[in-house]
Design a protein around this ligand. Structure first.
Ligand code: NI
Length: 185
């Protein structure tokens, strides 16, 4: 049976503000089906990550997948891809206090990009569909993607993490915005 993509809820929808619940049985058929629907929906929308609440399901489940070229572009150094990852009941631990600003977009906030401060080094863990523990250290854009998706489970969208909303811009204006910021005085 072909799986249909679900539409992604947008900022303003109250379901995006809820705290999602822990998943009791990661190996259940319901969760497997949910992951399939999320994968199809994320691909259809062209994102690198998706959280279950974004399709209206209030459960602690995120998926992400970042190609090596994208990581390299974001971090400015060679990196291998983040493989397709399914993380059930994820937890994040910050390693050190360092944070950095970086551009983020969100399928629930279409058309916009913002410069968001995030921790640069984290350790995250969660379960896969077989109930096995996944534990990884992540830096740079990888760490950013996981923090962004994790926030969706607590009803937080990236603009709420920004400390300067003048850095919230339309995608089509990023070039002009960046040129202006970098222009010599
Ligand atoms: Ni998002």
């Amino acid at each position: 049976m072909e799986i249909a993509a679900k539409s992604i809820l947008k900022m303003g929808n109250p379901l995006l503000r809820e705290t999602a619940s822990l998943i009791e049985d990661p190996q259940s058929n319901e969760i497997r089906t949910l992951v399939d629907v999320m994968q199809v929906s994320m691909e259809a929308a062209g994102g690198v990550g998706l959280a279950a609440p974004q399709i209206g399901v209030p459960l602690r489940l995120i998926i992400f997948n970042v190609p090596g070229e994208r990581l390299e572009k974001e971090d400015g150094v060679a990196r291998s891809e983040i493989p397709q990852t399914i993380l059930i009941n994820p937890e994040i631990e910050y390693i050190g206090d360092d944070t950095a600003l970086g551009w983020e977009g969100c399928l629930s906030v279409p058309g916009l990009r913002g410069l968001v401060p995030r921790h640069t080094h984290i350790r995250y863990r969660g379960l896969d569909l077989q109930g096995r523990l996944i534990e990884r250290d992540a830096v740079g854009f990888h760490a950013r993607v996981v923090q962004h998706e994790f926030d969706h489970l607590d009803g937080i969208l990236y603009p709420e993490r920004m400390d300067d909303l003048t850095n919230l811009v339309y995608e089509s204006e990023i070039q002009a915005f960046t040129d202006d910021k970098c222009a010599p005085e």
